[in-house]
Design a protein around this ligand. Sequence first.
Ligand code: SF4
Length: 357
Amino acid sequence: MTHRRTSSPIRVGDVMVGGNAPITVQSMTKTDTRDVEATVAQIDRLARAGCDIVRSAVPDMEAAYALAAIRKRITLPLIADIHFDHRLALASIDAGVDGLRLNPGNIRRRDHLNKVIVRAKERQIPIRVGVNGGSMPADYRPGEPEPARMVALALEQIEMLEDMDFGLIKVSLKSSDVQTTIEANRLISDRIPYPLHLGVTEAGPPSIAGIRNAVGIGILLHMGIGDTIRVSVSGDPLLEVDNGREILMSLGLAQTGPQLISCPTCGRTTLDVPGIATRLSEYLRGIRLPLRIAVMGCVVNGPGECRSADVGIAGGDGKVLMYRGGAFLRSIPVEQAFEALTQEIDSLVAASSTQEV
Ligand code: SF4
C-alpha cells in the first residue's frame, strides 16, 4: 500500500479524523430526525456495529431542536447535515452537535455564512465541505471533465471558509460513478491539507453498493488517500457500517474485528454454509476481538482453513468437524453446528475480556 497522504487532523467530538488517526467508519441515520426515540435507537445499533461517527439530516427547525435530545443520549459524535438554511446550522451548533456537513455555496448570503462560521469557530467544531457530482450546477464549467469540475467547485467552497479564517475543514468529493469519485479525490488530494471523507454516493441497493464502494474507496485507500469513509447503501445503515469495516479490514486498516471465512459451497457440501455464515455475520456484530472464523462445507479445503482460524467448522461424513486454535477439537452433529460455533466464540470473547481486566 502506498504511504498514507498527510492531512491536518481534526477532532469530531472525541474522534480524531486525519493525520495518523485510524481511518473511521461513518454512517447516516435514516429515521425522521424529529423522532428522537427512533433516531437514538438507530444510532445505538450503529454504535454497537462499530460505527465511529454518525450524521443526521436536519431538514427543519424541529429536527435541529431534536438534535439536542439525541446528542445527550448517544455515545457517537453527531454531525448535522445542513442544506440551504443557515438558521438550521446555528440551531444545530446550539444543540451541541460535533460537526456540520454543509456546502458554503448553498448558503446564499455571505453574512449568514459568516454567522455560522463564527459560531463553529467558537465551539471548535469542524465543517465538511462536500461536492456531489449529482448536485453540481449544470452550467458550472461546462465542457470540463466531471472530476475537474468537482475539484474546482470544492476548492471554491474551501476558499470561502479559509477567507473567514476557518480551518477545521474536512472535504468530500462523491459521485455515483466509481471512476469519477476516484479521479476527483486523486486530483484534490495533493492540493489541500484537509482530511478526506470518501464514498461512492447514491450507490444503489446493498449488493451493488457494497461492490461500488469497495472498489472506489478501496482503490483510494490503497493509494494512501482518505481519512474517513461512508458506504452509502439504499437500505439498513448497519450494512453501511458492515461494508465500511470490511473494506478497512480487507486492506489491513481496521484496528479490530472478526474476520469470517466461508466457502462458496459446491456439490461436496455437507453443511448449510450460507445459512450458518449469514446467521454468524449477524451474531458477530458488536464483537471487536480480531477473531478468524471459518465455516467450510467439506473436508477438501475445510481442515486447511480451520487450522488457520481461531474457530472453525468443516462438513465431515455425516457430522461436523470443529476446530479451535488451529487444532481439531471434536465432532458434532450437523444440526448443532451453529450453536457449537457460537459457544466457542463466546468463550474466546469471555477469555479475552478476563485477560483485559
Ligand atoms: S470447501 Fe468443500 S464444499 Fe466448500 S467449496 Fe470447497 S470443495 Fe466445495
